[in-house]
Design a protein around this ligand. Structure first.
Ligand SMILES: C[S@@+](CC[C@H](N)C(=O)[O-])C[C@H]1O[C@@H](n2cnc3c(N)ncnc32)[C@H](O)[C@@H]1O
Length: 271
């Protein structure tokens, strides 16, 4: 039956065009219908940090072992990661920003009981600038840069890194990042001027400065380490950047989770 319909669609372009139109209309209606469901009735599976248990162990370990003073996330989306951190670290100041009204409103509802979370509807570079200028982040802020998604015209990543680089010290995790030599990790690609640019060190180097010392730590584990046997999303790459935090790098490599990571020392000029 299916192949009969496919055949008909192929040989009758008007029918095909009609089918495409109907498909679009159905898609639009179903998106609108989803939006009409009250937040309290929506399903929220726990998708924090892609459900990757290495990452889910890494974040609380970094925060407690290294005495992180604040957690800053760019790109709240539906607040999965924000909630995960807020539930584990009830007295840590947490700041998160989302540029899209729809996600901002949904996240505001989901985070309504989290006293230690500040959510702003702002583009991430402005958000980071306001936080750094306001002196609200303490001595060791931990940034989780996740305000990217394939298809957007503006990639805020370089501006974010540049704003963070005005600080004395920081830990930065960039999600969806290319991990050199570890093809099991997926990464985002940003299309700019018809070029496909992976999120990698050469892309962010414009945001780094020449006076700070940056140490890059990359994951080296497999899907088996990250997920149970149940169906799961593919592994996503990330990088940890320790900025002027050499003592913290040493401390990190004493933590149990560090067995999944390697330190890559590279002068900024060689990126
Ligand atoms: C990959 S999702 C974030 C996922 C979320 N951090 C989590 O762990 O569940 C990316 C989000 O970034 C938002 N975004 C994109 N550009 C942004 C910008 N310049 N400033 C703030 N948010 C942005 C998108 O609207 C989207 O909700």
């Amino acid at each position: 039956m299916k192949s009969f319909i496919k055949q008909k669609l192929r040989t009758h372009p008007r029918v095909l065009r009609g089918a495409i139109k109907v498909n679009r209309i159905v898609g639009r209606i179903s998106r609108q219908a989803k939006k009409a469901v009250p937040y309290g009735l929506r399903q929220y599976p726990d998708l924090a940090l892609h459900g990757d248990r290495v990452l889910r162990e890494l974040f609380p370990t970094l925060i407690s072992k290294l005495h992180v003073s604040s957690f800053i996330e760019t790109g709240t989306f539906k607040a999965a990661t924000t909630l995960f951190i807020a539930q584990k670290q009830k007295s840590l100041p947490i700041f998160t920003c989302e540029v899209l009204k729809e996600h901002f409103n949904e996240s505001r509802w989901r985070l309504r009981k989290c006293q230690n979370v500040t959510l702003k509807k702002l583009s991430s570079p402005t958000f980071i600038r306001e936080l750094t200028e306001g002196g609200r982040l303490g001595t060791l802020p931990f940034f989780f840069l996740d305000a990217h998604g394939e298809g957007s015209e503006y990639l805020p990543l370089v501006d974010e890194v540049q704003k963070i680089s005005t600080l004395k010290k920081a830990i930065i995790v960039i999600d969806d990042f290319l991990v050199p030599g570890q093809p099991q990790f997926g990464y985002d690609v940003w299309t700019h001027n018809k070029k496909e640019l992976p999120l990698d060190l050469s892309l962010i180097k414009g945001g780094l400065n020449s006076v700070s010392i940056y140490q890059f730590v990359f994951p080296r584990y497999d899907a088996d380490d990250a997920f149970s046997d149940a169906p799961h999303d593919p592994l996503r790459g990330h990088v940890l950047i320790f900025m002027n935090a050499a003592d913290e790098v040493q401390e990190f490599f004493k933590a149990p989770v560090a067995r999944f990571y390697t330190l890559e020392q590279r002068p900024t000029s060689s990126l």
